[in-house]
Design a protein around this ligand. Structure first.
Ligand code: PNW
Length: 471
């Protein structure tokens, strides 16, 4: 094959739309370290990880990747990956050590320097305001998201950040994965994989009842809505705001109209407490009537706030939620068990099916009419090792990325409005509950020396970004 034939190969049907954002993502607690430096307050994850027995190997984020001190080197790495966008999160307790009230200027300064560094490297900053590291004081004072006081404090913090960074940061995600931190932190998430049930937990480590949990969900989405309003009140025109939710997607077992419709019903109903209420401004009748679950206390005014108009929707997509087929019985769909031999990636919960990367954005468009969609996370853990020649050959991650982006490209080629993709993650980091033994990065981190080594998947990412195509 000649060089030009090779080049045109990617052009034939495998390209993304012009202007597509090629991003990588991280979060504050998972990479920053410097947990009590420069006036930062403690977060619920500091407390949780400092409690023996909660995290594998009793790992903590105290030092993590030391990104707080190495951010210049890390931006250089992003540049070498060919990333055109970077999704990072801001640690609320750095900015407001007490959760609200008096800001700590040194905390915000760090993000201001990071943003300057990114812009100088030609990388568009996308800031997430809440990636689970709630100020401990708000947990102590109000029981965290059990109270609407936390939702209000979040809005105050969001407005403050947008005021300070708004001249340079044009894209904000309010809250990351409502589902994960609410269900995992305030109850526990059951995930069925290969005939077994795995339990996922997290900070603050509470075990609330189903009806109490509904109230926590309500305060989380209310925090999002109040945050959107607060950002809009201060940020320059053209600032874009949305959420980054871990949507659980019902995948039609067969691509036939009645299956597709059954799957849409299931996705809409089973995201009722998060995605559906944020995009529709009401709780579904089924959600409110759920047996044993009670109903959250809310007002019409709050529903209006929760459904504040957004500029885009962000979805984290890792695995299929369920496979469904149509049913003549209400609710019109039934769930198909996932076979014990279904392929999976390394994380215990990670059922593998790249098709979810097609159905997730397609359903955002077909169910809710989304006009701008970002894949805010997608990636996998792998058993990475540094080979004798110093390289890291993560063939399974390359397979995963190529397969997922192939399905995403299928969606964009059918006109689903996906504006960008953020790979999780820019580097190996502290994985919630699993600690440092579980590696999600396309850059390897030696946690003894903190040396960074791009993996084979980093080369794959760079080629894909360069060609704006599946490679
Ligand atoms: C996300 N699941 O969590 C988080 O946003 C990241 O901080 C995290 O490191 C990453 O994904 C990898 O775990 C998830 O059960 C937790 O499908 C659970 C699931 C997916 C994502």
């Amino acid at each position: 094959m000649t060089a030009s034939a090779r080049e045109s190969h990617a052009a034939v049907g495998r390209r993304f739309p012009a202007g597509f954002h090629w991003g990588v993502a991280t979060s504050a607690y998972q990479i920053e370290g410097a947990w009590d430096e420069d006036g930062k307050g403690a977060s619920i994850w500091d407390t949780y990880a400092h409690t023996p027995g909660n995290i594998e190997n009793d790992d903590t984020g105290d030092v993590a990747n030391d990104h707080y001190h190495r951010y210049e080197e890390d931006v250089g790495l992003l540049e070498s990956l060919g990333a055109t966008a970077y999704r990072f999160s801001i640690a609320w307790p750095r900015v407001f050590p007490e959760g609200a009230g008096k800001p700590n200027s040194k905390g915000l300064d760090f993000y201001s320097r990071l943003v300057d560094e990114l812009l100088a490297a030609g990388i568009e900053p996308f800031a997430t305001l809440y990636h689970w590291d709630l100020p401990q004081t708000l947990q102590d004072r109000y029981g965290g998201w059990q109270s609407a006081e936390t939702s209000k404090a979040f809005a105050e913090y969001a407005g403050y950040v947008a005021e300070r960074l708004g001249d340079r940061v044009k894209h904000y995600f309010t809250i990351n994965e409502f589902r994960s931190f609410v269900e995992g932190g305030y109850q526990v998430v059951d995930v069925k994989v290969g005939g077994k049930t795995i339990q996922l937990g997290g900070a603050p480590g509470l075990r609330l009842s189903d009806s109490e949990l509904k109230q926590v969900r309500h305060h989380a989405v209310l925090g999002h809505g109040l945050g959107v309003q607060a950002i809009r009140a201060v940020a320059p025109a053209g600032t874009k705001v949305g959420f980054a939710e871990n949507i659980r997607v019902a995948v039609p077992a067969i691509d036939a109209p009645e299956y597709v419709e059954a799957a849409e019903k299931a996705t809409r109903e089973r995201n009722a407490g998060f995605m559906t209420v944020m995009l529709e401004g009401r709780y579904t009748d089924e959600y409110l009537a759920e047996a044993g679950g009670g109903s959250p206390t809310f007002t019409d005014e709050e529903l209006k706030t929760i459904a504040a108009p957004l500029d885009f929707v962000g979805i984290n997509v890792y695995r299929p939620g369920w496979y469904v087929e149509p049913s003549d019985e209400p609710p019109g769909y039934s769930e198909i068990p996932i076979s014990a031999s279904h392929p999976k990636m390394q994380s215990s919960w990670h059922v593998f099916d790249p098709e979810v990367m097609y159905w997730a954005p397609r359903q955002m468009q077909s169910i809710w009419g989304a006009e701008s969609i970002f894949i805010t996370e997608n990636g996998c853990a792998a058993a990475d090792v540094v080979a004798g020649d110093g390289r890291v050959y993560d063939s399974d991650r390359v397979m995963f990325m190529r397969a997922c982006l192939g399905q995403l490209q299928r969606a964009t080629s059918e006109g689903v409005p996906v504006d960008g993709y953020f790979l999780w993650s820019a580097q190996d980091n502290f994985e919630w509950v699993d600690g440092y033994g579980t590696r999600f990065g396309i850059v390897y981190v030696d946690f003894d020396t903190l040396e960074r080594t791009p993996k084979l998947s980093a080369d794959w990412f760079r080629h894909a970004a360069m060609q704006n195509a599946v490679v």
